[in-house]
Design a protein around this ligand. Sequence first.
Ligand code: SAM
Ligand code: SF4
Ligand code: F3S
Length: 462
Amino acid sequence: MENKDIVLGDISFPPRKVWIKTYGCQMNYHDSERIYGQLSKLNFTKTEEQDDADLLIFNTCSVRDLANQKFYSHLGETKKLKKENKEKKIAVCGCMAQTEGKEMIKKYKQLDFAFGTDVIDSVGEFVYRSYSGEDKFSVNTWDKTSDYSIETQITHGTPQAFVNIIKGCDKFCSYCIVPFTRGREKSRKIKEIVDDVRKLVDYQGIQEITLLGQNVNSFGKENSENLAQLISALDDISGLELIRYTTSHPYDVSDELIAIHGSAKKLSNHLHLPVQSGSNTVLQRMLRQYTVEHYLGLLEKLRKSNPNIVISSDIIAGFPNETEAEHRETLELLEKAQFDFIYSYAFSVRRGTKAARMDDILTKDIRGRRLREIQAHQVSIQEKLRKQMEGKVFRVLVEGSNAMKGVTKWKGRTNCWRIVHFESPENLMWHWLDVKVVEATAFSCQGEIIADYGKNPPSLYQ
Ligand code: SAM
Ligand code: SF4
Ligand code: F3S
């Protein structure tokens, strides 16, 4: 195909390459996808090579200090790139850019522009402004309109898609920066999402969707709609095989949603339900709005509604003022909850949050030691749960492969979010398979193929 310039106004856009580095959660990965989609209209194509790119974009995360540090170290490396080639543009977007974009632009000479989370879809305008000669600017305005309406953009050509259904977060947990970086909650309407997903299935070959939001359970409040209604509408889309959603807040898990986990044909048998702590006093200081008893009650109801459901969670170790007794309550909760896996983090001080102003921030050593104890305890639980998979057959969607010493190992994900590895010389990428688990440990499952349905199985749910 001939590579032609695209002319917009006074500017000509020759074919160029964009490189995006994404940090943080699925929301940011989804935003990067939107950026690729918008920039293709300005003649940009993706590149995986930093050196090869005309435009570098860092899509940042500020949820913990480590994420910030990673970005700053990568940004430092670009100083040299900019020196070698002044034509290279470097931009920063995402959660850090929302709150710190203006300072970053002033401080780092190599940065050309910054833009926040609520103006992602205007990235084309910012790139246009930059190529028109506008020097060093930052945009972090909030979208003040009351509705939230978008169309999902896909640039990856795989059968899986993230679908944003709600943005922002109104919960203001005392430790969390997200409400400051993503603003207030706003939901799309069910009708728009269903039409969007139907198009993804019919025209882009999407088979599995993950509904996204920082708190998907409070979806639809302002429109008198809810997540259970959305899932049940999506469940009827023919050609769609699997529906996932993330992330959930326990406060907003309704009985209607629990019932849907038992009745929807296509809803995944996995729920990520972050608990954060096993101590009621810590949960209170975290401003989480539920008790351990309420949380365990939810797990009981969910497991009754869907006996195959697998639950995972997030835990924060060493919250300010956390006593040894409170920490042990978290270890006890792990025992009671029987999570399939957890993401666990040492508490990280986030400037501007309530927890950052609490008096007794524990030492790094204490936070680290408690984190290791939580992780070790979880591994022993996980080991037992995974062992129970041995001998059972799971349907998986193949997501990747690894070649070692001439043997190709494929990686498939079960409906309940577990990864199973198996060998095959065939190209199985994006095939649906039945796989029998032959060996399972806390961290990995080995299996053998029982059936191969190819890429387009006749509906698995009829
Ligand atoms: N919305 C989800 C919820 O309410 O559970 C969580 C979203 S947050 C981006 C992902 C996880 O990061 C949280 O569940 C929490 O465990 C962790 N996290 C957030 N702020 C943190 C902090 N200051 N220090 C350590 N971990 C933190
Ligand atoms: Fe952060 Fe809490 Fe909102 Fe989750 S619900 S994004 S932890 S403020
Ligand atoms: Fe990070 Fe922002 Fe997500 S702070 S976790 S990228 S919402």
